[in-house]
Design a protein around this ligand. Structure first.
Ligand code: SDX
Length: 436
């Protein structure tokens, strides 16, 4: 795990509350907004800050991923996502996120060997699948089976032991594609396909997903493997998003990493978060044709209508999500390579064009995000929409486990325990039922 450097207070802010003044330290990071240290606020003032949704709250110090929402910039350990998507591969990016630096040739080879030789899951883990209905949502199965890993790998659940943390991290990164592929196979009633050690991470995942044993040899397409690897890179980490914050909060209690990642999967499933890729493709299918776009733009703008343009908007990006730009190009390339002519790509592009010219979206700085184009590529690659968020979770496991590892060694971290603004009844006496 990366070495952790403490940030020193640069200056202070003075807060005056009802005539009393309080000095609050201000810390500056390496890039990005400074922070106001409010840890002593409650002790000094008897007051809490109030920030539902944490729109103005930094929950931790981190050196892993930096986002400049105004510029539409995303850096993994300082490297722009565009460069990594073009020049790197997913396991090299995983090493970078976990360790803070790009691997040299020996480190890269060893890391890839370690991951490759941990891809098989315990044979008894297979039995969990039989308890699910065949039509269970794959994310429901992922939550259950990944959480169940805690019951199989007891020798890597002592979070105080750096070696056990490393083994657990390796197991999760290595086995999550196997479990994801098994989830798909189970949903279509096909036998599970065991991982192979002669394939790359993305190739192995495609092989386990689309290969059918004892029938004909599945040849992994380089185009699809390259596209899959790039999609994994783009989804690997994203600062303190909802699911990453869930993993950190779960981990702050000392829960084992398998349970923490299962919690992250559950949070990612929501349509406002990682579930948006599935929701976006369903939305594009519902719109169906370019001529129906104005009707849906109007719905998205109508405050009385809960409909939102899925794949649009972001808590942090108030400019283009750089991942959406890479995915837009990848969508073109993959569909052209596969000879797929998907009218939904035309609908998506026209929708993007219209929305970006509409004052409502311009004023609210709503741009396409990572989920807007990913579904189109995944559909062309042969995945059902119900698997889209599973693929997001597969890739984000690297980010989640990197952030979890950073939290464990952070000396300032303690169990996460927010407070509240209480708006309920004050103390009152019990009344017998006869008197109610
Ligand atoms: C991911 O955090 C991350 O980093 C997440 C992620 C990652 O990699 O981990 O990037 C992955 O989750 C991407 C986002 C995927 N979700 C969607 O595409 C769902 C659609 N988007 C919205 O639900 C929304 O934009 C959010 C949830 C993404 C962000 O919501 P915020 O920051 O809480 O913004 P908001 O809801 O306060 O919206 C601000 C305004 C509101 O209008 P007003 O109340 O100010 O009048 O913009 C409007 C919203 O109604 N708005 C939209 C909209 N998104 C926001 N209106 C129409 N369509 C939309 N998509």
């Amino acid at each position: 795990m990366a070495k952790y450097e403490k940030t020193v207070a640069d200056d202070t802010a003075t807060l005056t509350i009802r005539g009393e003044s309080y000095e609050l330290p201000i810390y500056g990071g390496s890039v990005g907004p400074d922070v106001l240290d409010i840890r002593a606020l409650y002790g000094n003032t008897g007051m809490f800050t109030f920030d539902p949704g944490f729109t103005s709250t930094a929950s931790c110090e981190s050196a892993i991923t930096y986002i400049d929402g105004g510029k539409g910039e995303l850096l993994y350990r300082g490297y722009p996502i565009e460069q990594l998507a073009e020049k790197s591969d997913f396991l090299e990016v995983a090493y970078l996120l976990l360790n803070g630096e790009l691997p040299n040739k020996e480190q890269d080879a060893k890391f890839k060997h370690d991951i490759t030789y941990h891809t098989m899951v315990h044979e008894q883990l297979n039995r969990f699948f039989g308890g699910f209905r065949r039509d269970a949502h794959p994310m429901a199965i992922m939550c259950g089976v990944v959480g169940a890993m805690s019951a199989f790998y007891h020798d890597s659940t002592d979070i105080s032991d750096p070696e056990q943390r490393r083994v657990a991290s390796t197991r999760l990164i290595a086995k999550i594609p196997t479990i994801a592929a098994m989830t798909y196979k189970y949903s279509i009633g096909q036998p599970f396909v065991y991982p192979r050690n002669d394939l790359s991470y993305a190739e192995n995942f495609l092989y386990m997903t689309f290969g059918v044993p004892e029938s004909e040899e599945y040849k992994v397409s380089k185009t699809l493997a390259d596209a899959m690897d790039k999609i994994f890179i783009l989804h690997a980490d994203h600062e303190q998003n909802a699911s990453t914050s869930t993993v950190r909060l779960a981990g702050s209690s000392g829960a084992n990493p398998f349970a923490c990642i299962a919690a992250g999967i559950a949070s990612l499933w929501g349509p406002a978060h990682g579930g948006a890729n599935e929701a976006c493709l369903n939305m594009l299918s519902e719109i169906g044709s370019v001529d129906r776009i104005p009707e849906y733009i109007a719905k998205a703008k109508d405050k009385s209508d809960p409909f939102r343009l899925m794949g649009f908007g972001h808590r942090v990006y108030k400019n283009f999500d750089p991942r959406a730009k890479v995915l837009q190009q990848a969508a073109h390339d993959v569909l052209a390579e596969l000879g797929v002519n998907d009218p939904l790509l035309d609908v998506a592009q026209e929708l993007e064009k219209i929305a970006l010219e509409d004052p409502y979206f311009v004023e609210k700085k709503l741009y396409p995000n990572v989920d807007f184009y990913s579904g189109i590529i995944l559909k062309a690659m042969g995945f059902p929409t119900s698997m889209f968020t599973v693929l997001f979770a597969l890739a984000r496991t690297v980010g989640w486990i990197s952030q979890w590892g950073e939290m464990i060694v952070d000396p300032t971290q303690k169990i996460g325990r927010p407070r509240q603004l209480f708006i309920g009844e004050g103390a009152r006496d019990y009344t017998d039922i006869e008197n109610r």
